[in-house]
Design a protein around this ligand. Structure first.
Ligand code: CO
Length: 209
């Protein structure tokens, strides 16, 4: 059997198992999704949102990209955020990074990797903002870990700078923004930052409708 054929076979087994546990599982989910959470995570195959939070289909709306970035010109990410906030009315947005992130590590080097250099430039900017703190850390592994944490907090701030989030904070008192980091070596999530509705955003980034 080819590797991809195993995926299709496992899918049939999974669907049967779900039906065995809950006969209405698929018919219920096919009508509506009401997730409370939007997850913006890394594309890394080892950080699957549902598995590591022990949640089921229907519970988390997910967007993933390399190094879990919130780039204000990224129409894909912004469309996901707008839909999640305005239509699904999520209460929380979680930006989740992870220690050992290849994107973060690559951004700390001077290697040219092609198109992805342009994406990783956003992490170099986070490094540059925090250069003094980061370069005081001599271990490159620990420096990468700290950049991972700073990156997540910066991306949370980037969400707070969007008119989508600011408008919803003003009119709906949601969503709360969270910055988390996942450790690959023990499977544990660490909360780094939280921004409640109305949290301070520098005035230059504020929009008054
Ligand atoms: Co990663």
């Amino acid at each position: 059997m080819r590797a991809y054929e195993k995926l299709l076979l496992e899918n049939k087994a999974w669907a049967a198992e779900q039906l065995g546990k809950d006969p209405d599982f698929f018919s219920r989910l096919s009508h509506i999704q009401t997730p409370e959470f939007l997850w913006i995570g890394c594309s890394d195959s080892r950080v699957p949102a549902n598995e590591i939070t022990n949640t089921a289909p229907g519970e988390i709306f997910v967007h993933r990209n390399i190094a879990n970035l919130v780039v204000h010109t990224d129409l894909n990410m912004l469309s996901v955020v707008q839909y999640a906030v305005e239509v699904l009315k999520v209460k929380h947005i979680i930006v989740c990074g992870h220690y050992g992130c290849g994107g973060v590590r690559a951004a700390m080097t001077n290697h040219s990797l092609g198109l992805i250099d342009k994406w990783l430039r956003n992490i170099k900017d986070v490094y540059y903002f925090h250069k003094d703190e980061l370069e005081a850390i001599s271990s490159m592994d620990q420096r990468a870990d700290r950049l991972t944490e700073l990156n997540v907090m910066e991306q949370v701030m980037n969400l707070a700078k969007t008119s989508i989030v600011q408008h919803s904070w003003k009119n709906q008192q949601r969503p709360t923004l969270h910055g988390w980091v996942y450790r690959l070596t023990d499977g544990i999530l660490h909360a780094m930052s939280k921004m409640e509705p109305g949290a301070h955003v520098d005035p230059i980034y504020q929009y008054h409708d």
